[in-house]
Design a protein around this ligand. Structure first.
Ligand code: 6GU
Length: 250
């Protein structure tokens, strides 16, 4: 998969060198290009923003640098054989970024991110590229960040760990919170490892029982409890058929 990020803060994307994403890059599973938007400014002050039409607070990112940057990134990608780009525009007014969208993006060969600062990018830039390729405006949650760069790190990590061969254990995202399947829409419950006692605290006996059925039942009960406590909205949105008689006894 190829990833391009155009930003006025290329340093903000340095975490893409470390951990899971960094290893995927080192193995050649991810081909990451971070570009400085100011490379496509031609005035002395490297201006990327201007005052909003219609007035109001803040500044709006100008069409010129974004258009030239994206044309250049697209030309380079196409020249080197990448196809079917998707543009991802991080914005608090986008659609919620979900595991489902992460899965969809992980199946795409080429993602281009345009994290903005200030009040956002001139709308015409999004409209222009939406006429040529799929564009996803995405928000990572109901709060406002100073810019989209942190959202790029979030989306990239969620997508990269789904790529074939990136996670050590291919099964380890099968029962992620939010993964499809029997535990669909339930949050994962607590986990334990050695030692069996720590500061007087033991671990639930069932986990030492070796009884796989009982362990699965316990995990599901814990997931139901945790989901009811932290995300009652997720329980509400479950298909009633997803629950069995024992679930209802919880
Ligand atoms: Cl993607 N960008 C900004 N600036 N704020 C956000 C966001 C994105 N998602 C949630 N808040």
């Amino acid at each position: 998969m190829r990833l391009d990020v155009v930003t006025i803060f290329p340093e903000y994307l340095e975490p893409l060198d470390v951990s899971l994403v960094g290893k995927a890059r080192a193995r050649g599973q991810l081909n990451v290009h971070v570009h400085d938007l100011r490379a496509w400014t031609y005035d002395r002050h490297n201006t990327v923003d201007d005052t909003p039409y219609g007035g109001g607070p803040g500044m709006v990112m100008k069409t010129g640098p974004w258009g030239d940057a994206l044309d250049s990134v697209l030309a380079d990608g196409y020249e080197t054989g990448s196809r079917e780009p998707v543009l991802i525009v991080p914005t608090p007014s986008g659609r919620p970024f979900t595991q489902e969208l992460a899965v969809e993006l992980s199946e795409r060969p080429w993602l281009i991110f345009t994290p903005a600062r200030y009040e956002g990018i001139d709308r015409r830039v999004v409209d222009e590229y939406a006429a040529r390729m799929p564009v996803y405006e995405v928000s990572i949650g109901d709060y406002v960040l100073a810019g989209g760069e942190a959202a790029v790190l979030v989306v990239t990590e969620a997508v990269a760990r789904l790529l074939p061969g990136v996670l050590g254990n291919a099964e380890s995202h099968q029962d992620d919170s939010f993964a499809p399947g029997a535990m669909a829409n339930l949050l994962e419950g607590p986990v334990y490892t050695k030692p069996p006692e720590w500061r007087g605290r033991g671990i639930p006996d069932v986990l030492l029982s070796g009884h796989h059925g009982k362990i699965a039942r316990w995990r599901r009960d814990e997931a139901l409890k945790r989901t009811t406590r932290n995300r009652p909205d997720l329980i509400e949105s479950c298909d009633p058929k997803a629950f069995d008689k024992k679930d209802r006894e919880m």
